[in-house]
Design a protein around this ligand. Structure first.
Ligand code: ADP
Length: 290
């Protein structure tokens, strides 16, 4: 099974003709809230992919925003290891979604910032630990270390972009980044140059509508994107990460995992909302067979 340890937010999404410039106010059209947060999005994608029992360690405030966040995870079949905090509200993200599918996002971490190393639940039954960087870095590093010691494969989506301590990188079996994250993490521009700076056993770089490229135990894999009409790319990367790790946890070869992840993330681009946009397993199968 997969344990996801990370962030859960409620996303406040407004559609607008364009993302506001500095100091600008834009009149939007259409507002909705969606459960989000990279951790929760990836947990939902992992559970919907099927074949791998999915649990999630998350922190929630004692407020009205916690309920829809929990409900979305439960509906997808994610088992919750929820830490309740009084001191902070449930995490929230404020998303401006432009008509050309570009976005600008501000995150208020709230309860997510209070996840501590000691909150990691027992790893029994877990083959993979999947993490992101929307919770404190020292907790991520401690969880990676604990998983490594327990023989659990460590997958890290190094998002949002930041440099990482070498010790945390050394504890990762699988590193997942987009192009921007690769540049920040490696300190160099260019996909090939950036990948050459990182020596994770498995490294996946997603390239938006151009698909992804991976280096797995020294072997190179390329997976083109599936052609779709994108309306909301929020959560494409999260759907990709959750789907890939679910495939690996059920024992599929890496190349097959990449193909499933590409199909699921392409479908996610055709729908509004990070978790709401994650496709069901049957839809992914249809696209794979087409
Ligand atoms: P992030 O959302 O983290 O920035 P990317 O933009 O690289 O990550 O997208 C992640 C994956 O989602 C890509 O590798 C691709 O498979 C899929 N994807 C993203 N944008 C599109 C698109 N416009 N059409 C089809 N697939 C897409």
């Amino acid at each position: 099974g997969v344990l996801v340890a990370g962030s859960a937010n409620l996303d406040f999404v407004v559609r607008a003709p364009h993302v506001p410039a500095l100091g600008e106010t834009v009149l939007g059209h259409g507002f909705a809230t969606f459960p989000g947060g990279k951790g929760a999005n990836q947990a939902v994608a992992c559970a919907r992919a099927g074949g791998a029992a999915t649990r999630m360690l998350l922190a929630l405030g004692e407020d009205a925003h916690a309920a829809p966040v929990e409900a979305s995870l439960r509906a997808a079949g994610v088992a919750l290891e929820a830490v309740r905090v009084r001191e902070q509200p449930t995490g929230a993200a404020f998303v401006c979604l432009a008509d050309d599918a570009e976005n600008a996002i501000t995150v208020a971490p709230g309860a997510n910032a209070l996840l501590r190393p000691e909150h990691l639940p027992p790893l029994d039954g877990a083959s993979h630990l999947l993490m992101q960087l929307e919770v404190p870095l020292d907790s991520v590093a401690a969880w990676a270390r604990a998983a490594r010691a327990a023989g659990v494969a460590v997958a890290l989506n190094a998002a949002p972009a930041r440099a990482l301590p070498p010790r945390l990188l050394a504890d990762c079996d699988l590193l997942l980044v987009n192009q921007g994250e690769l540049a920040v993490l490696s300190g160099v521009e260019g996909v090939a140059a950036g990948m050459a700076m990182l020596d994770a056993p498995a490294l996946v770089v997603t390239l938006g509508a151009r698909g992804c490229c991976a280096r797995v135990d020294g072997e190179w894999l390329l997976q083109p994107a599936f052609a779709v009409r994108a309306v909301d790319t929020t959560g494409a990367g999260d759907t990709f990460c959750g789907t890939l790790v679910a495939a690996l946890a059920r024992g599929l070869p890496f190349a097959q995992g990449l193909r499933r992840a590409a199909a699921a993330s392409a479908l996610a681009c055709t729908r509004l909302g990070a978790q709401a946009g994650v496709p069901a397993q049957a839809e992914v199968e249809r696209l794979l067979a087409a």
